[in-house]
Design a protein around this ligand. Structure first.
Ligand SMILES: NC(=O)c1ccc[n+]([C@@H]2O[C@H](COP(=O)([O-])OP(=O)(O)OC[C@H]3O[C@@H](n4cnc5c(N)ncnc54)[C@H](O)[C@@H]3O)[C@@H](O)[C@H]2O)c1
Length: 372
């Protein structure tokens, strides 16, 4: 089996990885790691597989001899897990955000370079068929020049776990999805960010639960991103609710259903007379029944981890960088760090760029990432 996989961190996110990995014949789970050994035993027993259980990453690396790590540990541990795994000669696929600190991002990209291993990041939301359909409409020029994007995220946030405790958590946890989706939609990279964070009255998180950001792109377009975790009712979808405004038309997308377009009517005397269109989305994939124990919900579809994992595995098999290789993903996470700095300084902040040598090895063969 080419890919001997060690899954690190067995929280809710890990199920989407374990379940989708199970559908790839060349992937074998050779062990799982969780600091909470009894939780890990419960998970493994429920699946009914015979995965060896470890509570320390170092022991697992030595004894299970993995070649590929799936890192679904809490975000603030991604740097440590990735450094250890790359250092042990493994490739790494990690959950977003890549890491939570810019210096860590740069040193880990350098480490991947020096070890010759790959480090790719799960940015599942870019694989939503709505994103592909909107990007195709943008590429076909249907909206003209897209000058502004708007994304809203209003949902009740977590009141426990790492997300409720850390500062800038909404930017780190959800902003990272919005910034990456915006990059995938317009095929441009962020250059400057201004961001305001605040904790609305009655908020139940310790860090700031709400934000308003402006992210400027190298195409001249900008994303206005608003969000609040101290928000109940009239929820947006988890994928955010989107508007793209262009010189020939606009698009609205609720993050789930087929996006709607209104574009200037051909030969219309006025630029305000528009025709409506609804973009076609493919029917959801039909999967064979799961092969694991009863009582575990089938989570293979829905969040597009399936497509994200397939793209990263296809890239690794082909020996090419994935669309979300750490270098290609750096502008996404660098915009997150710029937003965090801006929220602290209340100034515009330039988005960091990779040193030229590292950026030169970035090769995103397709703008969003295909699975072939
Ligand atoms: N892409 C997405 O749509 C998406 C969705 C949810 C979560 N995530 C990401 O996945 C990651 C995990 O999220 P979660 O909600 O499952 O987190 P969680 O905190 O609920 O679970 C994390 C698990 O890791 C274990 N753990 C803690 N420290 C560890 C260590 N040192 N070594 C091994 N295991 C350790 C914990 O015991 C727990 O079982 C986060 O980075 C999050 O941002 C991504």
């Amino acid at each position: 089996v080419p890919f001997r996989v060690l899954q690190v961190g067995l929280g809710p996110a890990s199920h989407r990885w374990l379940q989708n990995a199970n559908d790839h014949d060349d992937v074998q789970i050779v062990g799982v790691v969780d600091v909470n050994g009894s939780h890990a035993r419960e998970v493994v027993q429920a699946y009914g597989f015979d995965w060896p259980i470890f509570t320390r990453l170092e022991d697992a690396l030595e004894q299970a001899e993995p070649t590929l790590i799936f890192d679904t540990a809490p975000s603030d541990l991604h740097a440590e897990v990735t450094r250890t795994a790359l250092g042990a000669g493994c490739d790494v696929f990690g959950e977003k955000p890549m890491v939570t600190d810019e210096d860590d991002a740069l040193t880990i990209i350098d480490l991947a370079e020096r070890t010759g291993r790959t480090f790719s990041v799960m940015q599942n939301r870019r694989h939503h068929p709505g994103v592909h359909a909107l990007r195709a409409a943008v590429d076909a020029g249907r909206l003209g020049d897209v000058g502004m994007l708007a994304a809203d995220y209003f949902r009740p946030g977590p009141d426990t776990g790492f997300r409720a405790e850390l500062p800038h958590q909404l930017i780190l946890d959800m902003g990272v999805h919005a910034f990456d989706t915006a990059r995938a939609l317009v095929g441009a990279d962020p250059v400057r960010v201004s961001s305001v964070e605040f904790n609305p009255p009655g908020s139940w998180t310790r860090g700031d639960a709400a934000l308003s950001c402006l992210v400027e792109f190298d195409s001249g377009a900008a994303l206005s991103y608003r969000g609040s975790w101290a928000s109940v009712g009239c929820m947006t979808t988890d994928q955010q609710s989107w508007r793209l405004a262009g010189t020939h038309g606009s698009a609205l997308w609720d993050g789930e259903a087929a996006p709607q377009l209104e574009t200037i009517r051909p030969n219309a005397a006025s630029r305000y007379e528009c025709d409506g269109d609804v973009l076609h989305l493919p029917a959801a994939e039909q999967l064979p029944p799961p092969t694991w124990g009863p009582g575990i919900p089938d989570l293979r579809l829905g969040t597009h981890h399936r497509e994200g994992l397939a793209e990263m595995l296809a890239a690794l098999r082909a020996g090419r960088p994935s669309a979300t290789d750490c270098r290609a993903n750096f502008p996404t996470v660098a915009a997150v760090f710029a937003a965090m700095r801006s929220a602290r300084s209340r100034q515009f902040v330039d988005v960091a760029r990779l040193p030229a040598a590292a950026a030169a090895t970035t090769a995103t063969t397709t703008p969003i990432g295909s699975n072939s």
